[in-house]
Design a protein around this ligand. Structure first.
Ligand SMILES: Nc1ncnc2c1ncn2[C@@H]1O[C@H](COP(=O)(O)OP(=O)(O)O)[C@@H](O)[C@H]1O
Ligand SMILES: [Mg+2]
Length: 1079
């Protein structure tokens, strides 16, 4: 729920001074101070807003605040400038009343800020849209431009407006802004050439020098140094809290938004630069032949640069500073200027240049912001005019400014009173007049057409003969002497005769806001506002479109001999127009008050505020307001606010609001004299009555709050319960729906499953049938296809070449193989098994075959070789093989035996008759017969014996007789021992215990040792019933001789008796055989 804070709620002090009780100046001030201390800078007197300058930013201008005050009644919320702006805007929009916002107050009281706040509020609440926003933006952005050129730092205000401004904002019937018109009033142009101590020239000069780029300054022929320019005061060139450079950018940006072209901006800055240059011109006297001094420009550099900037011919301007042409009735007279006159001319030119530039800016802005549509506009005027000023040294400007303020005060008095009076008449209330100070008399003193000060000044200016400020003062003294508000030394009013506070060349006016002492010096000149014609003509000749525009009177074709209207006259006229304009509009007042002279926050200087309250006539304002009725309110809001105080009107009153209020008042027993019923409003005379109503309302609100709470709680519980109940039904319904849905889905699912199985089964059955049918069809087709294929192939086989490749391949392979085999046949190596040669392989793919054939061929060759052997030869080879096994690499004699054939019967026993007897004595077949030497055991000498070997025994027989000497059955032999050397010795060792052993072992020597031992071994191994005969090959072995064992030892060496083997008995135990070293 929206929280409404009323003017009367949470009030600090009293929000509306009309309600102040008791009403006195002190309580008034106290209330202001109390509110000021609590940051409440706005206070009402009825519909007038008093605004105290807080000198610091307060958080009360936020967009939220704008929303808060939007479309709300004036007294509904706590006092704020937005309330006034809203009231004015709504009454303009809804009631079609043109409005004006009159902002008054001293310099620095916050008028300009207030005007900007009003404009920004109206901009925020009025219509939106691209076009509207552009208009708004242009209207708002005109402020920074005008402030840069028309504001300056003064001792009272760092951003003091040095011109008066009235801006009409035009709206269409919907309340959307269409455009605006700005009027400017009398720029304080004397500031261009001279500034009072502690003040500055217009902001734009400083902004240009600090903010312009180096490039731009170069173009404008300026330097960034303030001290280089005579027209710039240096003592307060920089102002704390004022960033000139940043402001320069803001101004340029604003100019752009308002619609200035780039070249226009450039021209404007060129003019500003020219003014600075102008200030630097110096003059020196030059004596002329007639004894008069003539002025000359001292340093022509600045003049040259200025002329270049403005496109003026230098000589023309130079001449204009030395001569002056006076035209009268077709006659031209040229007089020289002295140095003082030249300086006067220079300053006059600078002031004119600048003030005309300023007026041109306003005109140019007006061109941009002018409303386009020709429909009837509603207008809201905002007047921000310079405030009442009292300086130490007050001149023509202050006189004019203060005159303007007098006029405004006048209009305030008139309008407030008239408005108030009219309201009572409108509402049919009885009304008695209230006394107040009417400043019309002061206005008359100044502006009266016959003997007003301005009129006399004009008269003096136009009078022929010598005119000085003193003659003007004299005139004032004679004519205004009797006036109540005029004072001077020569006043006929004797009481002032001795007033030493009033210097000779001054006069004093008792303004509504205080006495002001004016120094007459400069009044005549300033009022004349003369610019020598030569200078305006020089300007007109400039090759610079803006300058040309600013000095139209310099056009030689339009020489106007009539004097231009005086400054005072112009101003009076424009103020007159303004006043006329304001009177047609519904006024809204903002009265700004300066809380202190220090431009400081939180300080409330009592005396200063008191003075302002006095001269602004605020007390009278309250009194006037209260003389009738302190408070008034339309019946509807009044009934709405207090209806809870009476049972009949609470909670709703059915009849007209006025009757409701009447019932209410009767019920509350408010005394009849305390209020009056108007046509649309109730008027309450005394604030006490209002407070009584408020107090009652407050009590009642508490009870109501309890009631509302009670009802609310009940309502809340009930609605909560109902909600729960409703929710429960909803939940149950949803759950049932859900459960049913689930059940249904289950059934549906099962049905689907059953269905799908059945369908599947049917489908499969059908599929099987179809498949079978298809298979049959396919089989038939296949058979037919094959059959057809066969037939076709058969028919076409002869034409086919498909098998040709294979055949050719086979054929080629066959040929290659044939060739290979035939070649191999003709190239076969010899049949010798030891021949290792083999023809080369012709093709690598035959590698395996080739190797295999080689192996087969070799095996076959060996077989062939073997098959040539007879049985005997085979036996011989077997014996040879056995000999090899026994002796190869063991006995040195063996190699020589390999080539010898084993003859066996060397003695040819059968054929030789010598051995007939012996052979018949041996039953067995004789396997070997030879002559061996039997070594005598006693001396080692040998004696030949016949050696026969049969299958069963070894027989030794006498060589000569053939008599058998010993027959050794082979089983009695245990082993045979031989040496490793090439000798033929061998020992036949007998088994111990055998019958033959008695005679001892035999040591024999034979040329066929290898054959003998081999055969002996072969017989023993062939006989199945016997052990194999051992063959020991060693160079030392033991031999059993009867009882002794003798060691036979073989040594190598050359025996004494030739090359043969010799054997010697060395001792009982050793028999040494010496064997010649084998070759
Ligand atoms: N409502 C305000 N809130 C904050 N500061 C203010 C307000 N009104 C005025 N000021 C301060 O006071 C200075 C002077 O106000 P200004 O409006 O220029 O005075 P005036 O136009 O009456 O000479 C401003 O520059 C600003 O600093
Ligand atoms: Mg101002």
């Amino acid at each position: 729920m929206e929280v409404k804070t009323s003017l009367l709620d949470n009030m600090i002090g009293v929000g509306d001074m009309v309600l102040l009780e008791p009403l006195s100046e002190d309580s008034f001030l106290e209330n202001l101070k109390k509110r000021f201390d609590h940051n409440e800078i706005y206070t009402y007197i009825g519909s007038v807003v008093i605004s105290l300058n807080p000198y610091r930013s307060l958080p009360i201008y936020t967009p939220d605040k704008v929303e808060e005050y939007r479309n709300r009644n004036f007294y509904e919320l706590s006092p704020h400038i937005y309330a006034l702006a809203d009231e004015a805007y709504r009454s303009l929009r809804d009631q079609d009343k043109d409005q004006c916002i009159l902002i008054t107050g001293e310099s620095g009281a916050g008028k300009t800020e207030a005007s900007k706040l009003v404009m920004s509020y109206v901009a925020a609440v009025c219509g939106k849209g691209q076009e509207v926003n552009k208009v708004k933006e242009q209207l708002l952005q005109s402020n920074p431009v005008l402030e840069a050129f028309g504001n300056a730092k003064t001792v009272r205000n760092d951003n003091s407006s040095r011109f008066g401004k009235y801006m009409d904002i035009e709206f269409d019937f919907k309340g959307d802004p269409l455009g605006g018109v700005i009027s400017n009033y009398l720029l304080e142009k004397s500031r261009v050439v001279k500034q009072p101590r502690g003040e500055r020239n217009f902001h734009i000069f400083y902004q240009l020098l600090s903010g312009a780029s180096d490039d731009m300054l170069k173009k404008l022929k300026l330097e960034r140094d303030f001290s280089k320019y005579n027209y710039l005061s240096l003592d307060s060139a920089t102002v704390s809290g004022l960033d000139d450079a940043a402001n320069f950018r803001t101004v340029r940006n604003a100019m752009q938004i308002v619609g200035f072209m780039e070249d226009e901006m450039q021209s404007v800055l060129e003019l500003v630069a020219a003014v600075l240059k102008l200030g630097n011109l110096d003059f020196k006297p030059e004596s002329r032949c007639n004894g008069m001094d003539e002025s000359r420009v001292k340093d022509k550099n600045d003049l040259k640069e200025m002329c270049e900037l403005l496109g003026i011919e230098q000589s023309v301007l130079e001449r204009a500073f030395s001569y002056r042409t006076v035209e009268a009735k077709m006659e031209k007279v040229s007089t020289t200027l002295n140095v003082a006159q030249a300086y006067y001319a220079r300053d006059a030119l600078a002031k004119n240049l600048y003030s005309r530039l300023f007026s041109w800016l306003v005109t140019r802005i007006n061109e941009s912001i002018r409303a386009q549509a020709k429909t009837r506009h509603k207008v809201m005027g905002v007047l921000d005019i310079y405030g009442f000023e009292i300086f130490e040294d007050n001149s023509f400007e202050q006189f004019i400014i203060n005159y303007c303020n007098e006029k405004l005060q006048q209009i305030f008095i008139e309008l407030t009173l008239r408005e108030e009076q009219e309201e009572y008449v409108r509402e049919g209330i009885e009304w008695t007049n209230i006394e107040y100070f009417n400043n019309a008399v002061i206005c008359d003193l100044i502006e009266n057409n016959q003997n007003g000060i301005l009129a006399m000044l004009d008269e003096e200016c136009l009078r022929p003969g010598t005119v000085t400020d003193e003659t003007f003062l004299d005139k004032l003294n004679t004519i205004c002497a009797e006036h109540q508000h005029f004072e001077s030394r020569l006043n006929k009013n004797s009481k002032f005769l001795n007033d030493h506070s009033l210097p000779h060349n001054c006069f004093r006016i008792q303004h509504y806001a205080g006495k002001v002492l004016y120094r007459v010096e400069g009044f005549v000149d300033k009022n004349n506002d003369l610019l020598y014609r030569d200078l305006s003509q020089a300007m007109y000749k400039a090759n610079h479109s803006l300058i040309k525009q600013l000095f139209p009177e310099g056009n030689p074709a339009k020489v106007n001999l009539k004097r231009p209207p005086t400054a005072g006259f112009q101003f009076r006229a424009s103020v007159g127009t303004l006043m006329g304009n304001l009177q047609t509009k519904n006024p809204n007042y903002i009265r700004c008050i300066k809380p202190n002279d220090k431009k400081a926050a939180h300080i409330f200087t009592d005396s200063l505020v008191r003075h302002q309250v006095r001269y602004l006539g605020l007390m009278e304002n309250v009194r006037v307001r209260r003389a009738g009725y302190a408070f008034r309110q339309a019946y509807e809001p009044c009934l709405e606010r207090y209806k809870m105080l009476c049972k009949n009107t609470w909670p709703h009153w059915k009849g007209p609001a006025r009757q409701g209020v009447e019932v209410l008042m009767t019920d509350l027993q408010v005394p009849a004299e305390e209020f009056a019923y108007g046509r649309s409003k109730i008027f309450i005379r005394n604030p006490r009555t209002l407070f009584f109503l408020e107090e009652k309302r407050k009590q009642c609100l508490e009870d109501l709050a309890t009631l509302i709470q009670k009802i609310y709680r009940g309502w809340k519980c009930r609605s909560h319960f109902l909600l729960l109940k409703k929710s429960e039904i909803v939940v149950a319904a949803w759950y049932r729906r859900y459960a049913q849905q689930k059940k249904y889905q289950k059934i549906k699912h099962s049905t689907t499953v059953v269905q799908s199985y059945t369908r599947g089964w049917q489908a499969r059955k059908l599929l099987r049938e179809l498949k079978y049918q298809k298979k049959c069809e396919e089989a038939v087709t296949t058979i037919a296809a094959f059959w057809h294929g066969t037939q076709v192939r058969r028919e076409y086989r002869k034409f086919f070449r498909a098998n040709a490749g294979r055949k050719i391949y086979n054929f080629t392979i066959q040929r290659i193989m044939q060739k290979y085999f035939l070649g191999l046949k003709s190239n076969l190596p010899s049949m010798s098994p030891i021949d290792k040669s083999w023809p080369a392989r012709p093709y690598s793919f035959l590698e395996g075959v080739h190797a295999e054939l080689r192996r087969i061929f070799h095996l076959w060759r060996c077989k062939k070789y073997r098959s040539q052997f007879t049985e005997e030869k085979k036996a011989v080879y077997e014996e040879k093989l056995e000999a090899s096994e026994l002796f190869k690499d063991k006995k040195a004699l063996y190699p020589s035996s390999v080539s010898q054939t084993f003859k066996g019967d060397y003695l040819e026993m059968v054929k030789n008759p010598k051995y007939q007897k012996l052979s018949s004595a041996v039953d067995e077949k004789i396997l070997l017969a030879d002559v061996v030497n039997k070594i005598n055991r006693a001396n080692g000498k040998s004696s030949p014996r016949l050696f026969l070997l049969t299958k069963k025994s070894v027989i030794l027989a006498d060589q000569k007789t053939g008599q058998v000497k010993t027959s050794l059955p082979l089983p009695d032999l245990s082993s045979v021992s031989t040496s490793t050397q090439s000798d033929g010795f061998f020992a036949l060792k007998l088994k111990e215990g055998s019958s033959s052993a008695v005679k001892g072992d035999f040591l024999l020597s034979s040329d066929h040792l290898i054959e003998i031992v081999t055969k002996l071994h072969r017989i023993s191994s062939l006989a199945a019933d016997r052990e194999k005969l051992n063959v020991d090959i060693s160079d030392e072995f033991l031999v059993q001789f009867k009882q002794d064992k003798v060691c036979v030892k073989f040594i190598q060496g050359s025996p004494k008796n030739g090359n043969g083997v010799s054997c010697k008995r060395k001792n009982n135990r050793l028999l040494e055989v010496s064997v010649p070293t084998s070759p």
